[in-house]
Design a protein around this ligand. Structure first.
Ligand code: HEM
Length: 341
């Protein structure tokens, strides 16, 4: 069974301390970040002393001395001392020792990037170059040619692998559901459902199947906001006794279109306007309403989409709907239709 990672549950205010997009809404800091943990305490010290350092100089008192007559006799400038070295640390894990980063004693005032690169050099002598499959390669700078000045031979699998790898180095972003977050957990069957299905997760009451659930927004790209008005995805991977089983769901029980043929048009319409890239990740714009106004089948979905359901409080506060009708088959080969809602 999947083991849930935990940091001891929610600690009020901790999220805003760790936030990288805005300062805390409440000026008060939490007094702890979960159960006792040295790195978390250092992080808290860092954040608190960091902000105290910034608050110590709300404006630059010597700025006026940079202008006019006063500028002829340069002034040293005011300074503020941090209450702790952690305030100026680059990370809260600077004191963690490892073969790569050293003994964990920060060099206060020093910048390792100014020094020689020997600390990160690796000695590869004695190790041969290989293809991706591990075949030793003597030379990956010259392709196989027919004769002295002849054409390149397509038999040169090392050349083909190198170029194929190069051509595929950039993996494009998913067209939809690009932004997501996921969690491990388990699915527990309340009842023995053998009468209607022979699928392993439903074979006994109380049977637990490990799952990995990926929640997502749909329209926005990977850097977009989580707070937009949009459908939310709910994709579950069940690690069943018989292999992996994927079930996709949305948090709305119906869908925009009834024919996959329209999907590229729907997605093109909902993506940002091409000339100003607005709106990001949301759907309140002309191209989307143009498409919607010409698709009568979309209106049921729009009623859901313009309700509060499309701005859920969090991924924890939403439901999952498989939308499609599925067929369940039991050990005797008898089938029934079902919806996973
Ligand atoms: C015409 C119908 C649909 C088409 C053509 C379609 C197409 C797609 C495509 C192309 C992706 C991106 C896959 C990737 O790049 O990894 C995707 C992802 C997804 N779709 Fe659909 N979709 C359709 C309907 C639905 C419906 C009805 C649901 C809800 C039951 C749904 C739920 C999802 C989810 C949750 C994901 C993200 C999966 C993940 O997190 O890995 N889609 N879909």
């Amino acid at each position: 069974m999947a083991k849930r990672k935990t940091n001891g549950g929610a600690v009020d205010g901790a999220g805003s301390v760790l936030s990288t997009i805005a300062g805390p809404a409440e000026p008060a800091h939490p007094t702890r970040l979960g159960p006792p943990n040295q790195i978390a305490e250092q992080l808290l010290t860092k954040v608190v002393t960091d902000q105290a350092l910034a608050a110590g100089m709300p404006f630059n008192p010597t700025k006026p001395l940079e202008y006019g007559e006063a500028a002829y006799t340069p002034h040293e400038g005011d300074t503020e001392s941090p209450a702790s070295d952690w305030a100026t640390a680059s990370t809260s894990t600077e004191s963690v020792a490892s073969p790569k980063v050293g003994d964990g004693r920060p060099d206060i005032g020093g910048n390792p990037l100014d020094g020689p690169l020997d600390r990160v050099r690796v000695d590869d002598s004695g190790r041969e170059l290989t293809t991706n499959q591990g075949v030793p390669v003597a030379d990956n700078q010259h392709s196989l040619k027919i004769g002295l000045r002849g054409p390149t031979a397509m038999e040169d699998f090392i050349l083909r692998e190198k170029i194929t790898h190069f051509d595929h180095e950039r993996i494009p972003e998913r067209v939809v559901h690009a932004r997501g977050s996921a969690a491990h957990g388990y699915f527990e069957s309340y009842n023995d459902l053998c009468a209607i299905t022979r699928a392993a997760p439903f074979s006994a009451a109380g049977k637990r199947t490990p799952v990995f659930v990926r929640f997502s927004t749909v329209a926005g790209e990977r850097g977009s906001a989580d707070t937009v008005r949009d459908v939310r995805g709910f994709a579950t991977k069940f690690y069943t006794d018989e292999g992996n089983w994927d079930l996709v769901a949305n948090n709305i029980p119906v869908f925009f279109i009834q024919d996959a043929m329209k999907f590229p048009d729907l997605v093109h319409a909902v993506k940002p306007e091409p000339h100003h890239a607005m709106p990001q990740a949301s759907s309140a714009h002309d191209t989307f309403w143009d498409f919607a106004s010409l698709s009568p089948e979309i209106f049921h979905m729009l009623m859901w989409h313009t309700s509060d359901r499309a701005i859920p409080r969090s991924y924890r506060m939403m439901q999952g709907f498989g939308v499609h009708t599925f067929r369940l088959v039991n050990a005797k080969g008898e089938s029934v239709f079902c919806k996973f809602h």
